[in-house]
Design a protein around this ligand. Structure first.
Ligand SMILES: NC(=O)c1ccc[n+]([C@@H]2O[C@H](COP(=O)([O-])OP(=O)(O)OC[C@H]3O[C@@H](n4cnc5c(N)ncnc54)[C@H](OP(=O)(O)O)[C@@H]3O)[C@@H](O)[C@H]2O)c1
Length: 305
């Protein structure tokens, strides 16, 4: 099968299309024919990670450097191991190779049906493979941090970095939970963030949100481009600050099934900025490296025969 292989750490050109062995599912694994993947901010960070850091991550956290990057995917189950219960051949699925397992820049991937190294669920029936691939990480991350903040109906919630992948889902979940949402983004994204459900938008190029005084019950720093100490000035007394920086979101099968249902009811929708062909993954990385994608960048994986 074809895969986009990380030949060494470095700029986008280190990613190259190669022929690699098609994986064979073990007893507890599902073999998925991937129809679409994404390039996330995390993929871009891992691509350029210093090899020494990989060694330390392997020693202290057990993460191995993988040849094939890519976390998010949507596709069809081709075959399953004998112990798999949740899926069968022909099922359309979406999910993520969780826990830095990686491998979605390929025509096929084998994943455990559920557990530490994958989160899979039936694909939302109303979404295309490309749309579905753009959901899992951003949506599960936003859901995790807003639940951690114990978000409540009627609260004032600020989503800082509302136009990125995590932020765009953050606005939609906050709205779903009944909050009054303020989204912070740049001028070009004001309309997008409004359309996602923010009742108020703040252009960070024009206004300093930290000068508005104590205003918010919950502040979700969804992009990590501003310090905790600055943002906390805008928190009400007893308000809660949560951030994508500093801890990993918990990704669960139940969470992804909940997200699937919200996609199907139309409450949550992916924002897709750009689409690239499989061979254009280096170009997609170049774009993501700029740090200004709106929502998600999707990769179409060619159909293997
Ligand atoms: N903790 C976890 O488990 C977890 C999980 C997933 C992701 N993350 C982290 O979460 C962060 C966001 O990920 P993502 O995928 O959502 O990123 P992303 O989509 O690449 O973020 C891009 C967005 O950031 C906005 N942005 C850039 N500079 C900004 C600034 N100074 N102020 C406000 N917005 C700004 C851009 O809007 P403009 O063009 O308008 O500037 C753009 O829309 C990353 O650091 C990622 O590594 C953490």
């Amino acid at each position: 099968m074809k895969a986009v292989v990380l030949t060494k750490s470095g700029p986008p050109e280190v990613l190259q299309v190669r022929d690699v062995d098609k994986p064979i599912p073990r007893d507890h694994e599902v073999l998925i024919k991937i129809h679409a993947a994404t390039v996330t901010r995390g993929d871009a960070i891992l691509r350029r990670l210093n090899p020494l850091v990989w060694v330390l991550m392997r020693l202290f956290m057990g993460f191995k450097r993988k040849k094939v990057l890519g976390h998010e995917l949507a596709g069809m189950v081709e075959s399953v191991g004998k112990d798999v219960k949740l899926f069968k051949p022909g099922d359309e699925v979406f999910g993520t190779t969780s826990g830095l397992a990686m491998g979605s820049y390929a025509e096929y991937v084998c994943l455990p049906e559920d557990g530490k190294y994958s989160v899979l669920a039936p694909k939302p029936s109303n979404l295309t493979f490309e749309q579905a691939a753009a959901v899992p990480i951003g949506a599960m991350t936003a859901l995790h941090f807003l639940e951690k903040a114990n978000i409540q109906n009627g609260q004032e919630v600020l989503v800082y970095g509302a136009s990125g992948s995590v932020g765009s889902y953050g606005v939609q979940f906050a709205k779903h939970f009944g909050a009054h949402v303020t989204g912070v983004c740049s001028t070009a994204n004001l309309e997008l963030v409004r359309s996602l459900g923010a009742g108020r938008v703040i252009d960070y190029t024009e206004e300093d949100v930290t000068e508005s005084g104590p205003t918010y019950d919950v502040i979700f720093n969804a992009v990590g481009k501003i310090s905790k100490s600055r943002l906390k000035k805008a928190l009400k007394q007893n308000g809660v600050y949560v951030s994508v920086i500093g801890s990993m979101a918990k990704e669960t099968h139940e969470g992804l099934v909940f997200i699937k249902e919200l996609c199907e009811s139309g409450e949550i929708k992916p924002v897709i900025d750009r689409r690239y062909e499989f061979e254009q993954i280096p170009e997609a990385h170049r774009y993501v490296d700029q740090g200004h994608k709106k929502g998600n960048v999707v990769i179409t994986v060619p159909y293997a025969n």
